[in-house]
Design a protein around this ligand. Structure first.
Ligand code: HEC
Length: 72
């Protein structure tokens, strides 16, 4: 799943292009909140809103665990 994110956020969530926020090492709770807010439209976004709609709560939780475990 995380491969979908690598195109913009870098492989393994590390920052490769400075335009995009790094996901590696992001706390689980913060990650989940960000994805929920994108999905509901509470958080403004150009791209992440549509993207976040494509994932279930369980998938978001799994990705949160995955990215939080990667060391920056
Ligand atoms: C098409 C490019 C693109 C893809 C693919 C993409 N993102 Fe993003 N992401 C962005 C952009 C751009 C932002 C900044 C907010 C905005 O304008 O949408 C962002 C912001 C975020 C943030 C907030 C970061 C912060 O520091 O608050 C999270 C979390 C995030 N993305 C998660 C993901 C996840 C998880 C995936 C894979 C399912 C993903 N993104 C795939 C472009 C992308």
């Amino acid at each position: 799943m995380a491969a979908t994110c690598a195109g913009c956020h870098g492989t393994q969530g590390r920052l490769e292009s400075s335009e995009f926020a790094p996901l590696a090492g992001m706390p689980e709770a913060e990650f989940i909140r960000a994805m929920r807010d994108y999905r509901s439209g509470k958080r403004q976004s150009t791209l992440m809103g549509n993207l976040a709609k494509g994932f279930s709560e369980r998938e978001v939780a799994a990705m949160a665990r995955y990215f939080a475990r990667i060391k920056q």
